[in-house]
Design a protein. Structure first.
Length: 325
């Protein structure tokens, strides 16, 4: 059995177990009723806000890749298709679909580095927003208590990571004796240099401000999507509550095992966040399911649009090639 099949089986089992645990607190019928009760106007506006989040993020990718003779419209289509894989494929492998979809146009290292820088920029901004929302919602005393706990748990973890890094550096001469590992190291070095080139571009103040500004607009579109869905559920959330709850989902990104389609982990993240804000457990889980289901529906719709536009572009290109002949 291959590693991919093993990872898929583990993800299926993990998804089944976590959903089995969640449905001890809420019934599937309650989730369906909540999804069906959503007024159509909230569904439409939520989709439009979700769409803008992807459009602004595609603009950021375009800024890094426009020198490779790729149009914004083409990158947007690829981004629509890629996001379907990101939401559905387990173990974070969906991110690899972006360089795979672009491999005939540009080198994998170039597309992967642009995607990585884009993701890191958005991640840093989300972390900053989460810290601000945590401070606003819970006050300085809670921040100080969290900082103390981090010192107790984080310092040993950093020590272990530093020890592993130094051990790898110490054994690097032995790695160079192995052809496979040497080839792998060479690829990592090349990828690192490609990322450096992208980071150097961020030293341009105007370029950096544009990237950050577009990333903030992308985050704003996503937050407005959450706000609209929750508004349809009669939940009166402020901007800081939405930032706090949605940001908790980032914790689940570092898990070594991911569920299929994010089911279970996404609902768990939303439930934890809403319960910390004082909402009942059952309602928090139900709200998490509704947000996740409508997010997946939007992603599927954008996938269809991306595939249709991609087919039209390729058909026009093949037709123009025939006319040239």
């Amino acid at each position: 059995m291959s590693k991919q099949h093993k990872a898929l089986i583990i993800s299926v089992v993990f998804t089944f177990l976590i959903l089995f645990f969640i449905f001890n607190f809420i019934s599937f019928a309650q989730v369906l009723d909540a999804v069906r009760s959503m007024p159509l106007r909230f569904v439409v506006f939520a989709f439009l806000f979700h769409l803008t989040a992807y459009v602004w993020r595609a603009f950021v990718l375009y800024l890094f890749l426009k020198e490779q003779n790729l149009s914004f419209f083409y990158i947007l289509n690829i981004h629509f298709i890629q996001n379907f894989y990101v939401h559905v494929v387990p173990a974070g492998l969906g991110e690899l679909s972006f360089p795979i979809l672009l491999r005939k146009k540009i080198k994998v290292e170039q597309s992967l580095s642009a995607l990585l820088i884009t993701k890191l920029t958005i991640m840093v901004l989300l972390i900053l927003l989460f810290v601000v929302s945590f401070f606003v919602l819970f006050g300085f005393a809670a921040v100080a208590k969290f900082k103390l706990k981090f010192m107790h748990a984080g310092v040993p973890a950093l020590f272990i990571l530093l020890s592993v890094f130094l051990l790898k550096c110490f054994k690097r001469t032995k790695w160079n004796e192995n052809r496979f590992l040497k080839k792998l190291i060479d690829k990592v070095i090349f990828f690192r240099e490609t990322i450096k080139q992208q980071i150097v571009r961020l030293k341009d103040f105007r370029f950096c401000c544009t990237v950050v500004g577009l990333s903030i607009l992308s985050i704003a579109g996503l937050m407005l999507f959450y706000y609209t869905i929750l508004k349809g559920l009669a939940v009166e959330f402020g901007i800081f509550e939405i930032i706090f709850v949605s940001s908790i989902g980032m914790v689940f990104l570092i898990l070594p095992v991911k569920s299929i389609g994010g089911f279970g982990t996404s609902e768990g993240a939303w439930a934890i966040g809403m319960m910390l804000l004082g909402y009942p457990q059952e309602f928090s889980i139900k709200a998490g399911f509704v947000v996740h289901i409508y997010a997946l529906l939007n992603v599927c719709l954008l996938l269809v649009l991306g595939l249709i536009f991609k087919f039209i572009v390729e058909k026009k290109r093949s037709g123009s090639e025939v006319n040239c002949r």
